[in-house]
Design a protein around this ligand. Structure first.
Ligand SMILES: *[C@@H]1O[C@H](CO)[C@@H](O)[C@H](O)[C@H]1NC(C)=O
Ligand SMILES: *[C@@H]1O[C@H](CO)[C@@H](O)[C@H](O)[C@H]1NC(C)=O
Length: 391
């Protein structure tokens, strides 16, 4: 029995089935996620609620606390850098960096051929230990909603909840997504697409299960609805939603590196949520600047690979421009090869048609060539709250 009780809000995962013996008990099945709502005087029992919102008493020794996958995540993070150009990147990985920076620009070159099977088994253990493993037999896969180089994104059903599932078949690629998932276990915010769990199969196949976002990606949403449907309030709401998520990442020292309207999803109730990277993008080393989304990436990140919260702020300015131009591609009419040289000389995009001057001023501040002079997300949030009169 744990001596110090888990605080209110702790998430735990059922290790066994519990039928309950009285009216007050909350029955559950192995694998269910339960949230502690009240710590009772008796350390053996908690008052908890399940995913459906039902409440009741649960026995402490039937459940395990769910944790972020951290310890085993080190090597996994290297894989993550290896195979993806876009990721949440935890800044405080100094131990990892010290270990691998020996070969100059190739954080990862030594690890190109990691022992994949061992990695998969380790990941499997790590996810079950931390309470993020899901049961394959409870997952029903329905239709494909997205196709990518590495596998499909499908809509499915997990114990009655509609979910999105990334299915990754290739073992090597799976490692990168294991890394993605392990980072996602550490993050929780209403404006970040939530990871629900992971299934690692013996043969190296991987399923990453997240909440289902009914209205698809923000850029398509903006294009298809346009200015006849979406008023100023909807646009500020999206801007603020993304900013909230980014302020959370900023506070937790995560850098997204690929913030753009295509990587933001819209829920059924019109809430914008920042997503993990898509399957469609090419997985590659973060070192390869040729693969970076040039129009969204800050000049110092393109030039010197200096990714930071401030380079995310630059991308956020581009995202604001996308929102207020209803999903147009940035830098219209400028050939791609001319974008960087012009931006380096101080060129900034014009104010989108009908965009309020206050919002355009925010964009321009995000596009300051000096990263230190850009606002923080916390500051951006205050400005936007002011604009939306929420304050
Ligand atoms: C791995 O096994 C699952 C069944 O457990 C199967 O659906 C999947 O196609 C297999 N993947 C590969 C790459 O063989
Ligand atoms: C904007 O967000 C607020 C809640 O924060 C909501 O009440 C309002 O309906 C939203 N407006 C639009 C147009 O989505």
């Amino acid at each position: 029995m744990s001596t110090s009780p888990w605080p209110q809000g702790t998430e735990c995962v059922a290790r066994y089935n519990f039928k309950g013996t009285s009216e007050q008990d909350l029955p559950f099945n192995k694998g269910d996620v339960l949230t502690i709502i009240i710590v009772t005087k008796d350390p053996n029992w908690y008052h908890a609620k399940n995913a459906a919102g039902q409440e009741g008493t649960i026995p402490a020794n039937y459940v395990q606390k769910r944790e972020g996958v951290k310890s085993g995540g080190k090597l996994i993070l290297v894989w993550f850098c290896l195979y993806t150009s876009a990721c949440y990147f935890k800044l405080s990985t100094s131990d990892l960096l010290q270990h691998y920076t020996k070969d100059a620009d190739g954080l990862c070159t030594k690890l190109i051929k990691p022992k994949l099977e061992e990695g998969t088994v380790a990941a499997q253990d790590e996810f079950s230990r931390s309470g993020w493993s899901m049961s394959r037999k409870d997952l029903k896969l329905h239709q494909v909603i997205g196709k990518g180089e590495f596998g499909d994104v499908m809509v499915g059903d997990y114990r009655g909840t509609k979910v999105a599932v990334k299915c990754i078949k290739n073992d090597a690629t799976a490692q990168a997504f294991i890394a993605e998932a392990s980072v996602m276990t550490q993050l929780r915010h209403n404006n970040l697409v939530q990871l629900l769990g992971v299934i690692v199969e013996e043969n190296g196949s991987l399923f990453i299960v997240t909440e289902y976002m009914a209205k698809g990606c923000l850029v398509d949403y903006l294009r298809s609805r346009g200015r006849t449907v979406l008023g100023g309030e909807a646009l500020v709401n999206f801007s603020l939603d993304v900013c909230e998520a980014m302020a959370y990442l900023e506070a937790n020292n995560f850098v997204h590196r690929d913030l753009a309207a295509r990587n933001v999803l819209v829920s059924d109730d019109n809430i914008a949520k920042v997503s993990d990277f898509g399957l469609t993008k090419e997985a590659s080393s973060t070192q390869d600047t040729a693969k970076l989304p040039v129009k969204w990436t800050a000049p110092e990140a393109l030039r010197e690979k200096k990714f930071s919260t401030k380079s995310d702020v630059w991308s956020y300015g581009i995202l604001l421009w996308e929102i207020y131009s209803f999903g147009r591609v940035p830098y219209p009419r400028i050939p791609l090869k001319d974008v960087v040289p012009r931006v380096e000389k101080g060129y900034k995009m014009d104010c989108p048609d009908g965009c309020p001057e206050v919002v355009y001023n925010i964009m321009k501040q995000c596009w300051n060539l000096d990263p230190a002079a850009r606002p923080s997300f916390q500051m951006l949030r205050e400005w936007l709250q002011h604009i939306s009169h929420k304050k």
